[in-house]
Design a protein around this ligand. Structure first.
Ligand SMILES: [Fe+2]
Length: 390
């Protein structure tokens, strides 16, 4: 049955008599047959670009500064050690206050990774985590993307006026930065945040925080230097939420929908949003059509049924990928799939098994010199298929 997608509330509604959005009463919402297509997204991308221009937002949100991965209390250290042995990141500092214990991981030229647990019960993300295969880790997910902004007051003012809900009544003001984050998105369970640094040094702990005397050495494995910056992350969303999730992300940042790869075999679409060719890319993966049942649905819709909408993997640009892959395997890292692709096709990629600490998969990706694209359909198909094991 056809439905309508309201361009104001971005929600899909059952078609009613006069074809209007039941909330906004708009008489010409988009008719949506509920197999995703890119037409609506392309129209919205150009609308959002125009709005950014009119409202002076073009440079209000910049590059990705950090991601926050929240884990269970007894897994902060294990998650940190895991990142140190499977990526190029180094441990910088761990600090604690009444709300959080946070471990900061750094890699030059790459967004920071903040691994954290809560010191109090309240968790606005918990309801997003309560799905069959995630029930044993009810506080675990990649929760927040933090982007740089040159003017946090203007960001907060503009989006508050639009009706965006932020956690806390006001901007958080610490020794070294100002920060504000949205409530988790109903489409993705992700919060978007902005940070404005007060000084050059980019220091996360504040004066009243306790600096923990943790000493977490980097494993002496030469191949880890091959694993470079965060290239992209991929978030899995329900088929019906693909467009609203991407539109919401574009409206809260300066990213634009770039392209989508349809994998009909697995009822899956890989959608890429980018800020520029060389910046971190935000990928959303959804079904083409909604979940039917375990037997007939593809790995993307099944993953969401089992784990809820959430970030599925973090991809790291990797040099000497063959040797790095072999070395990781030798050091007991398990993979969902072997190294796929070739220099002729332009790129090689692989997926690790799901982390028992963070529920995240890591991807290693290498693009060869002449390759002008971002993904290839062949690799996307094989990678998507490999996640059926999850
Ligand atoms: Fe990926």
């Amino acid at each position: 049955m056809s439905k309508v997608l309201c361009p104001i509330c971005k929600k899909v509604h059952e078609r009613i008599e006069n074809g209007s959005c039941p909330v906004h009463g708009l008489s010409s919402p988009y008719v949506y047959d509920f197999r995703n297509s890119d037409d609506f997204l392309k129209t919205e991308t150009s609308r959002i670009k125009k709005e950014r221009q009119i409202n002076g937002l073009i440079e209000l949100v910049g590059k990705l500064q950090a991601i926050i991965i929240n884990v269970e209390k007894d897994r902060v250290l294990a998650t940190t050690v895991e990142f140190l042995r499977t990526t190029g990141y180094h441990y910088q500092v761990a600090f604690e206050n009444k709300d959080y214990l946070t471990c900061v991981l750094k890699l030059k030229g790459s967004p920071d990774i903040l691994i954290r647990c809560r010191n109090q019960e309240e968790n606005p993300f918990r309801s997003f985590n309560l799905h069959p295969k995630a029930l044993n880790l009810p506080n675990t997910r990649l929760e927040t993307y933090i982007f740089q902004t040159p003017d946090i007051r203007e960001y907060f003012r503009y989006h508050s006026t639009r009706g965006v809900r932020f956690i806390g009544d006001d901007i958080i003001n610490t020794d070294h930065y100002r920060f504000v984050q949205t409530f988790p998105s109903s489409y993705t369970g992700i919060s978007y945040a902005v940070i404005q640094w007060k000084d050059q040094e980019e220091i996360y702990p504040a004066g009243q925080d306790e600096i923990l005397k943790w000493n977490i050495p980097k494993p002496e494995k030469g191949y880890l230097i091959n694993i470079r910056e965060l290239d992209h992350t991929a978030t899995r969303v329900r088929a019906r939420d693909r467009d609203p999730a991407i539109i919401e992300f574009m409206e809260l940042t300066c990213y634009n929908f770039d392209f989508a790869i349809y994998v009909e075999l697995f009822n899956s679409i890989t959608n890429v949003a980018r800020l520029s060719d060389d910046a971190f890319a935000m990928v959303f993966t959804s079904g083409i059509s909604p979940f039917i049942d375990e037997q007939h649905s593809g790995p993307t819709e099944k993953f969401i049924r089992n784990y809820g909408p959430r970030v599925h993997h973090l991809a790291f640009r990797t040099e000497n990928i063959e040797k790095t892959y072999r070395s990781l395997k030798k050091d007991k890292q398990e993979f969902l799939i072997g190294l796929i692709g070739s220099p002729q096709q332009g790129l090689k990629q692989t997926f690790t098994e799901t982390s028992p600490n963070s529920l995240l998969v890591k991807e290693y990706v290498h693009r060869y010199g002449e390759f002008k694209g971002f993904f290839t359909k062949n690799n996307v198909t094989l990678l998507t298929g490999s996640t059926d094991k999850q």
